[in-house]
Design a protein. Structure first.
Length: 180
């Protein structure tokens, strides 16, 4: 038993037992998105902020998905860019409803899911890629087709959570890059 889960279901003592069944549920819920859309109409600063985030998201559109490219022994710059793009595009989709953001986020996540690994020798490389796919999966869940959801779940489990709970090498090697 790992993470208080047996046969895909959370046990009573699991930290996952109280998790809401509906998506989104990580950091925000459906009510938060609706509230932001409504508040935007009356709050000039919020409107400017969301407008700027939309601009930043649009600047990333049309760029190819990130390639598995280590700098030295690290994949961190790739993981961080995937996280940035997925968050920007997923947020912008939830705020604007523009499917171009949904499609871009889905393409980026599936591309990262297809990487051979997320550099399990360095904790942050793997953790940030896991966060990117987990947040994108959750925020876009209702819009992703079942095959895409399954591909993302498999990658999160196998390349993210499994490598973080079953590390290869020493703990000092895993955590050595935290301050670098």
């Amino acid at each position: 038993m790992a993470w208080g889960v047996v046969e895909g279901r959370a046990t009573e003592d699991s930290p996952l037992a109280g998790l809401k069944k509906e998506h989104p549920r990580l950091l925000v819920d459906a009510g938060t998105w609706e509230s932001l859309r409504q508040q935007r109409q009356d709050d000039q600063r919020l409107d400017q902020l969301l407008g700027r985030l939309e601009e930043l998201g649009r600047l990333e559109l049309g760029k190819p998905p990130m390639a598995y490219e280590k700098r030295g022994r690290r994949l961190l710059s790739v993981s961080r860019m995937v996280l940035r793009r997925v968050l920007l595009w997923s947020l912008n989709y939830r705020i604007t409803g523009d499917k171009v953001f949904l499609q871009a986020s889905e393409k980026e996540m599936l591309n990262a899911a297809g990487f051979a690994d997320w550099n399990p020798n360095h904790f942050l490389d793997t953790a940030e890629m896991t966060a990117a796919l987990a947040l994108g999966y959750d925020w876009l869940y209702d819009e992703l087709d079942p095959a895409t959801r399954q591909a993302l779940v498999t990658a999160i489990k196998e390349k993210g959570l499994k490598s973080l709970t079953e590390p290869k090498g020493s703990v000092s090697n895993q955590m050595g890059g935290v301050n670098s």
